[in-house]
Design a protein around this ligand. Structure first.
Ligand code: SF4
Ligand code: SF4
Length: 156
């Protein structure tokens, strides 16, 4: 069974830092290196500035926009200086987002056992199983086939 989870980005802001994260990607290997939380933040929290200061300030040219206008990070180029975090005028990027997490704390969400472990390792109420569909009235949106995200998105 394809279990889905809900990541509550609104609740996650109550915690100064997340010790764990997840990876899940049906796409390229490069995408697979990025955490699911980063994907969620750039997809739903980021306001997609036209002249994005995060991209301008990045000393490693690690940030760019994809053809939908979403900011993406090339993990192999990023030097984790957090200049993008500091300059974002909307506080989109949380301080711990780009910190390197030990492999044991990056759960593979394609694996049901690791999915269970990920939910248990996250602060209570921030990540849970979810069987529903998108529900904009309750701020719930689809990131991919596995992951739904709860967030106050900027363009509604
Ligand atoms: S500066 Fe912030 S809101 Fe603007 S594109 Fe970058 S991350 Fe998104
Ligand atoms: S942490 Fe630094 S190197 Fe990485 S994307 Fe942000 S500005 Fe670029």
């Amino acid at each position: 069974m394809n279990k889905k989870i809900l990541i509550d980005l609104i609740k996650i802001r109550d915690f100064p830092a997340m010790e764990v994260d997840g990876k899940y990607s049906p796409g390229s290997a490069r995408e697979g290196l990025r955490s699911v939380r980063e994907e969620a933040v750039f997809s739903f929290t980021c306001r997609r500035c036209l002249e994005a200061p995060c991209i301008e300030v990045c000393p490693a040219e690690a940030l760019e926009k994809d053809d939908t206008g979403r900011v993406v990070r090339n993990v192999n180029l990023c030097v984790r200086c957090k200049s993008c975090v500091a300059i974002c005028p909307f506080g989109t990027l949380m301080d711990d987002l780009f910190e390197m997490k030990p492999p044991a704390r990056m759960y593979d969400l394609n694996d049901d056992q690791e999915l269970d472990l990920f939910i248990r390792a996250c602060p209570e109420g921030t990540v849970s199983y979810y069987n529903g569909e998108e529900d904009p009235e309750n701020h719930i949106y689809k990131l991919n086939d596995k992951v739904m995200v709860k967030e106050y998105i900027w363009n509604v």
